[in-house]
Write a protein that binds this ligand. Structure first.
Ligand code: ATP
Length: 750
């Protein structure tokens, strides 16, 4: 037997713990009216999860709890426990014996247990649904409810039959899939809106990244040009240095030798001619010439330095002018921006005070005009302050240079004058003195050579000065290019070029190209490249994540929709097949009961009018109308034709005929898909003796596939039971059970 026992304690009239053991295929429960038999049937409904208190003949949960009597105080809780033999695993749980227990407390709270462990109602309903013990209770027929199936609506009938056919499990699955689908669709809406939120930011970042990539390309171009340019410049500078050094050394050496020779010539002159006045003069002139030369050399150096600075400043000035002309780096004095903001705020405040859409629009219009003209004005202006500074500096340097040039010219004049005097004195002495004045001659020669050397050295010094300023310029260029194109530019040292080509014009051409790239790079603005790249990467990763999420959600919504359709189709198919099978049994049982006639279930579609409100947000509100929509509802109708009577339709049947018809249908349903047990509470009440016999036969037949618990006053029915329980009620209103023999049963039943 699958159903082993049921225990009631504190449930309705069963104040004390009472147990029923169901050891036989058919058990009967007998007893006088009001003794508590139906309470046992209700205890089954209760423990199997019934949620309608009304169908347990109560108004509140409390009504199910023993309410107290003469001999026993009221209970705090009602407790029913049913025990199944699960050695054949008809319940999907790995225990040989399974107890299901439900407790209701006075505060109407419920507790559920499987094998003593607390569980949720859902767990119990699912466990039982798999074993075809549905919660609609098609297998528990309460007192007076035998013909419920005849009286109920077509839709309710359909539900009862679905339950009896074991199709509820598809319903559960379908409902669960529908819930999941709803959840999936609402997730989809959320994720789609998240993705829409990301989109504009992503577009913005993409544009930034494209700009950065263009900048990268410019840098690369600059690098390629700069490597060659810098290498060539380095070669040029080093060659120039070598060439200057190479020329200077011998000249300086010779100059030094000349000095020594001059000294010895002077000594010889002094010795040979004594202290000649003219010679003294000559020596003094020579000294003055030396001084003037030293002075002019000093000034030449100074002029050189000033020229270098002027060139450098002029380059700076050019750059500043370029920047001033480009509109990206315009400097606007803070006070002008503050004034603009103040003016804008004033207009906004006025508009706020005045209110009204028109004023607001007018203010917006004037604000736009104001901002546009501000920008236009600023565009036209150049930032002259810094430029003026630089120009002033250049002017200063030029002024200093002019001064130095003037000085130099003065000294040169003096120098020339000295030379002139010197030359004429020399000629004088030469003509005046005789050939014994060889030393003097020698001295003049040396001095003239010294003058030549000095001029050559000056040229060299000039070259050296230019070289220094070019080297400085070179260093500055490297730093500038590295700042724009990156430090890899320093690799120019290992760049190989054809060193024979030292054409300076070509090199100038390269320099101009590099300048162009530099300007374009500076104009494009270099800041924040890495941050933008990082943010773009993160944002596009998030976007693809959301895209994948959306696709996944769409896929799962699609497969859920398909599953729902499939489950519906399966349900329909199995339902139709089930109806056919039930009809076969129903026809047989009906003919057996009524000795002929016919009965069948019919699947029909009934029209149903449903009011439906249009809730389309796109429509203007005054167009919203409620429209009536026709829908078809599937239900079950019952056709009966009694033998020898011209009666058709359920309405015309007598009480007994109704009872017989519904019993036939119930039994037919139970035979097609037998539930583990069936409880019938006085289903046989309306039957006469002959029909009681037929009922008894059918019960025996039914007991081959389902365990039966029969609450009855009918002797014939009692006679078919293997075990009979008597239920009596004592004077305190407490129900009691006793196991009795068939002979006693009829006595107890009265
Ligand atoms: P019949 O043969 O007339 O159908 P029955 O044996 O099926 O009778 P029940 O309907 O099961 O009788 O029992 C009803 C009895 O149970 C009533 O006497 C009722 O007072 C009692 N009863 C119901 N609920 C409670 C409760 N909460 N506390 C105490 N007694 C209760």
């Amino acid at each position: 037997m699958l159903l082993k026992s049921v225990e009631l304690s504190g449930f309705k009239s069963f104040a004390k713990k009472s147990a029923f053991q169901f050891t036989s295929a058919i058990s009967a429960i007998v007893g006088p009216n009001g003794s508590g038999k139906s309470n046992v049937a209700e205890a089954f409904r209760f423990v199997l999860g019934e949620q309608s208190i009304k169908s347990l003949r109560g108004k509140r949960g409390e009504d199910l709890i023993w309410n107290g009597g003469k001999d026993a105080p009221r209970s705090n809780r009602a407790d029913v426990k049913v025990i199944f033999d699960n050695s054949r695993r008809f319940l999907n749980i790995d225990f040989d014996e399974v107890s299901i227990e439900r407790v209701v407390n006075r505060d109407s709270s419920n507790e559920y247990f499987i094998n003593g462990s607390q569980v949720r109602l859902k767990d119990i309903v699912e466990l039982l649904a798999h074993a075809h013990i549905g919660s609609s209770g098609h297998h528990i027929i309460s007192q007076g409810e035998a013909d419920r199936i005849l009286g109920s609506s077509m839709k309710e009938r359909r539900e009862m039959i679905e339950d009896a056919l074991g199709l509820k499990i598809y319903q559960y699955k379908r409902q669960e899939s529908e819930r999941k689908l709803e959840k999936t669709l609402s997730n989809l809406v959320q994720v789609e809106s998240l993705r829409r939120e990301v989109a504009p930011h992503l577009r913005f970042l993409k544009k930034q990244v494209e700009k950065l990539e263009r900048i990268e390309q410019l840098k690369e171009n600059l690098k390629v040009k700069a490597l060659e340019y810098l290498k060539r410049e380095e070669i040029y500078l080093s060659n120039e240095e070598k060439s200057i050094e190479g020329a200077r050394k011998p000249l300086e050496d010779e100059f030094k030798t000349c000095g020594e020779e001059l000294n010895s010539a002077k000594e010889a002159l002094e010795k040979s001619s004594g202290k000649d006045k003219k010679s003294d003069e000559l020596i003094s002139l020579e000294k003055k010439i030396k001084e003037a030369r030293e002075k002019s050399e000093g000034i030449i150096q100074k002029v050189g330095k000033l020229e270098g600075r002027i060139v450098a400043e002029e380059e700076i000035l050019n750059k500043q002018k370029e920047i001033a002309l480009s509109s990206e780096h315009k400097t606007v004095p803070l006070v002008e921006v503050e004034n603009l903001v103040k003016e804008a705020e004033g207009s906004i405040e006025e508009a706020e005070k005045a209110g009204g859409l028109e004023t607001f629009k007018a203010v917006l219009f004037s604000l736009r005009q104001m901002l546009r003209s501000f920008i236009e004005n600023k565009k036209g202006q150049t930032d002259s302050r810094i430029i003026q500074d630089t120009e002033r500096k250049i002017q200063e340097f030029k002024h200093l240079k002019d001064e130095a040039d003037n000085n130099l010219a003065g000294i040169k004049k003096i120098e020339e004058e000295l030379y002139r005097q010197y030359e004429s004195l020399r000629k004088e002495i030469e003509t005046a003195k005789d050939s014994s004045r060889d030393a003097e001659k020698k001295m003049f020669e040396i001095m003239s050579r010294q003058k030549e050397i000095s001029a050559e050295l000056n040229v060299l010094r000039e070259r050296a000065r230019r070289l220094t300023s070019e080297s400085e310029e070179f260093k500055r260029e490297i730093a500038e290019i590295a700042a724009l194109a990156g430090r890899e530019i320093l690799e120019y040292k290992s760049f190989s070029v054809d060193s024979s080509d030292e054409n300076r014009e070509k090199q100038e051409e390269r320099k101009r190209e590099i300048e162009k790239f530099k300007i374009r790079l500076e104009d494009s603005g270099l800041l924040g490249g890495e941050d933008v790249m990082k943010e773009f990467k993160e944002t596009s990763e998030r976007d693809s994540f959301l895209e994948k999420e959306i696709n996944d959600l769409r896929d799962s919504a699609e497969s859920l929709k398909k599953l729902i359709v499939d489950l519906g189709e399966q349900l329909d198919r199995e339902f139709k097949e089930g109806i056919e099978k039930i009809n076969k049994e129903f026809q047989n049982l009906f003919a057996l009961m009524f000795n002929g006639g016919s009965a069948s279930l019919k699947l029909i579609k009934a029209q149903k009018r449903i009011k439906k409100e249009t809730d389309d947000l796109e429509l203007p509100t005054d167009n919203v109308e409620s429209e009536e929509k026709e829908e078809f509802e599937e239900g079950i109708d019952i056709d009966v034709v009694l033998p020898r009577k011209k009666i058709k339709g359920l309405m015309m049947l007598s009480g007994g005929e109704r009872a017989l018809t519904s019993i036939a249908l119930l039994f037919a349903m139970s035979q097609v898909n037998p539930p583990p047990f069936i409880i019938l509470d006085e289903t046989d009440a309306a039957l006469d003796e002959a029909n009681s016999k037929k009922y008894g036969d059918m019960i025996e037949d039914l007991s081959k596939s389902s365990q039966l618990i029969l609450i009855t006053h009918n002797r014939e029915t009692m006679s078919r039971a293997g075990v009979i329980y008597g239920v009596t009620m004592d004077s305190g209103g407490v129900s009691k059970t006793l196991s009795i023999q068939f002979d006693e049963a009829t006595a107890v039943a009265k």
